[in-house]
Design a protein around this ligand. Structure first.
Ligand SMILES: [Zn+2]
Length: 127
């Protein structure tokens, strides 16, 4: 089954079609069908390529955003690690001082350490 398509083309295009048909030993009709099929296939590929390009561009934008968020997160991690080191230093100093004798218990007059006063909150001798 064959359908008919009418189309007007510039003389140069008609001449090129005639030349192509002659070179390939095909009829003008067969040449038009072949070239039209190829053109449509290429056009479909081009549309698919444009979709892929758009998806790639969206992925690149997402990657850039993710990299920016990662840079911010890494900066926060470094700041948190520095803060943790400062806190560790403070806690080490506090623990060291808590081991020292702080004074005497007002009840039993025996020595109490910083740990007794600050952590347990009671005299180890009176307990
Ligand atoms: Zn006591």
């Amino acid at each position: 089954m064959r359908e008919v398509v009418y189309g007007r083309v510039p003389p140069a295009l008609k001449q090129a079609l005639t030349t192509r048909a002659g070179e390939r030993g095909l009829s003008q009709n067969a040449t038009v069908c072949e070239l039209l099929e190829r053109g449509l296939a290429e056009s479909a590929k081009e549309a698919a390529r444009e979709e892929l390009d758009a998806a790639l561009a969206a992925s690149v934008r997402e990657l850039e955003k993710t990299r920016a968020r990662l840079a911010v997160a890494e900066g926060r991690l470094v700041a948190a690690a520095e803060q943790e080191e400062r806190t560790k230093g403070t806690l080490r100093a506090l623990a060291e001082r808590a081991r020292h004798e702080l004074g005497v218990c007002p009840a039993c007059r025996k020595p109490v350490r910083g740990h007794d006063y600050l952590v347990s909150g009671r005299c180890p001798h009176c307990a």
